[in-house]
Design a protein around this ligand. Structure first.
Ligand SMILES: Cc1ncc(COP(=O)(O)O)c(C=O)c1O
Length: 607
């Protein structure tokens, strides 16, 4: 294999890229006249890499969120596609002019919304190669390397996060396996389908004469109030009941709650079959107590699924693994390296203890997809919903190799350290309270005051374009989520973010005091008029010679004989105090186990 050397302007002086072996002696097809020629691609490709580096290097100069409104693009882009080819330059010009102003910059150092959107140079390069190879690897035969690397990466990564050997694809004589899906939502859905298939198989044997639809209508799944909405969606599509359980004071699902729910539902003639737990919930990164839930699932023969979409990557650091104690009871587990492991979307890894229990629910085998290696290989088309699959394991391979486990652990630990720094800054400031237990990279906080003030604060922060965060509801209170997202976030970034939040909070407080005073001014005018009226009344009464006395249903302050100034001052004070410290009345979503379904016909919310 010959080798060519390409020069590079980066600090890594030069990179040696092996050239492809020359399998043909005659030149291949001519460059296409339209689209882009190979030479143009060489040039523009390099320019695009430069553009990407410049973009990421200068990203902090842009607003985090765009200052546009829905529909902004429709008026800027022609209503019909062009007939004639356009140049790369003109497309790129429009990209910068029209598209960039509508971008939310997830890689911006002040982006603290949702969860990190994994991104790194090795991952981008791997995706470029995957795009270039352009394979659609639904079966081993459709692209052997794609299937084989996926197997190996799921084995590597499974070991890296400390999954039990039964889950790992390459454990000798093991039944376990791993697969990359495109999203955690998909993982939640296919595991539910697998669990449903398994229980229905058993029920059909036990009750051969009972209508399948009737059996299905008896199935019930469980998750906590803090589980991701995709669990609800999975049950909705899967047409099974879901009971949403209360959490403890740390927003964790506990064993006792599950045990009671199962018992109650069995008494009602329902058939519990699936529990979806979360390690690192979306709202506040809480951790369901698997060590309590696991044995209950085992005793009741329920499929235990563990959704660790965000925080699962952190288990590459051994110090976080106690949070997954009880994983040995799980039937399936998923985490998204495309969230917190520097892998670009999409890459959602999922493992099952028994691969046959997953594939039996998903196998459909037309002749045109069969091949001669089927008995010796696995075909990932049986592990998920889509047939076509991208070469997603390539970016895992590139990132794991180029950062090493050490580098990835450092990255995770640094994010956790920075989140704790933010927690400390906010805790030290009497304007704020912390609402979650900060374990990973997420801090949930609120300014002291009511929900409305916190909403105003978040709206103000996001509208400023200087920082981006999203809210969550915790214990029915409005909280602001601050997630450490940027790969190379620094102490300075945290300090700047805290300053922006603190200043905006002061403004919100100031505005609310001003608004209260303005309101008070209006009230004061009305009050003065009222007092003036009463004075006139009193005078009139006096003039008539009747005893001077405030009526029983008249203003009580007259009875107390406060001066008008005192009354105004007192009212103003009360109103301000109310505005500053009022706590919203919590709306508690509870219901009896047999309560009417809420939200969707299959959803039950219970304590
Ligand atoms: C715990 C959890 N599960 C599932 C999801 C959905 O992830 P995806 O966008 O990959 O479907 C999220 C998203 O934040 C999540 O936090």
């Amino acid at each position: 294999m010959s080798e060519t050397t390409t020069s590079s302007s980066s600090s890594r002086a030069s990179t040696t890229i092996p050239s492809t072996p020359n399998m043909e002696t005659t030149p291949t097809v001519e460059d296409a006249p339209n689209g882009m020629s190979r030479d143009e691609f060489r040039q523009y490709g390099k320019e695009t890499v430069d553009y990407i580096v410049d973009y990421l290097e200068n990203i902090q100069k842009r607003r985090v969120v765009p200052a546009i409104e829905p529909g902004y693009l429709k008026d800027l882009i022609p209503s019909e596609a062009p007939n004639a080819p356009e140049s790369f330059e003109s497309v790129m010009e429009d990209f910068e002019k029209l598209i960039m102003p509508g971008i939310t910059h997830w890689q911006h150092p002040r982006f603290h919304a949702y969860f990190p959107a994994g991104n790194s140079f090795p991952s981008i390069i791997a995706d470029m190669l995957s795009d270039a190879i352009g394979c659609v690897g639904f079966s081993w035969a459709a692209c052997p390397a794609m299937t084989e690397l996926e197997l190996i990466m799921l084995d590597w990564f499974g070991k890296m996060i400390g999954l039990p050997a039964e889950f790992l694809p390459l454990t000798e004589n093991g039944k376990g396996g791993g697969v990359i899906q495109s999203s955690a939502s998909e993982c939640n859905f296919v595991t539910l389908l697998a669990a449903r298939f398994e229980v229905m198989k058993e029920l059909r044997q036990r009750f051969p004469f009972v209508e399948e639809g009737l059996l299905l209508s008896k199935l019930i799944a469980y998750c906590s109030k803090e589980a991701h909405s995709s669990v609800e969606k999975a049950c909705m599509i899967g047409m099974v009941k879901l009971r949403i359980l209360e959490t403890d004071s740390k927003f964790r699902l506990r064993g006792e709650t599950l045990r009671n729910a199962i018992q109650e539902d069995r008494n009602l003639g329902l058939i519990p079959f699936f529990v979806s737990t979360t390690l690192g919930t979306t709202s506040c990164c809480s951790f369901d107590v698997l060590s309590e839930i696991g044995p209950i699932c085992k005793d009741n023969e329920l499929w235990l699924h563990v959704d660790a979409a965000y925080s699962g990557s952190a288990f590459i650091c051994p110090e976080f693994r106690p949070l997954m104690n009880g994983i040995e009871y799980a039937m399936s587990f998923n985490t998204n390296p495309n969230k917190w492991l520097l892998i670009n979307f999409d890459c959602s890894t999922m493992w099952v203890r028994d691969r046959f229990k997953l594939t039996q629910a998903l196998v459909v085998d037309p002749l045109y997809l069969q091949h001669s290696w089927m008995d010796k290989s696995i075909d990932y088309r049986h592990w998920g919903i889509p047939l076509s699959r991208r070469f997603r394991s390539l970016k895992l391979w590139f990132v794991i190799r180029m950062y090493g486990i050490d580098g990835l652990q450092k990255y995770i630990r640094e994010h956790v350290r920075l989140a704790k720094k933010m927690e400390q800054l906010l805790r030290a400031d009497p304007k704020f309270e912390i609402v979650n237990e900060v374990i990973m990279g997420l801090v949930c906080f609120r300014m002291k005051g009511d929900d409305e003030l916190n909403q105003t604060l978040l709206t103000r922060l996001n509208a400023s374009g200087r920082i981006h965060m999203v809210p969550a509801s915790l214990g029915d209170r409005f909280v602001i989520r601050f997630c450490v997202c940027a790969e190379n976030a620094t102490d300075k970034d945290i300090e700047v973010a805290y300053e922006i939040i603190s200043q905006a909070t002061q403004h919100v407080l100031h505005d609310s005091v001003k608004a209260a005073i303005a309101e008070e001014d209006e009230e004061a005018v009305a009050l003065e008029e009222m007092v003036a009226d009463l004075n006139i009344q009193e005078t009139t009464v006096d003039n008539k010679g009747i005893t001077r006395q405030a009526s029983a249903d008249g203003p009580r302050h007259l009875e107390r004989q406060l001066s008008k100034e005192e009354i105004l001052a007192q009212k103003q004070h009360e109103s301000l105090a109310k505005k500053r410290y009022s706590v919203p009345v919590p709306v508690v979503a509870t219901g009896e186990p047999d309560a009417e379904p809420c939200c969707s016909p299959t959803i039950l919310v219970s304590s």
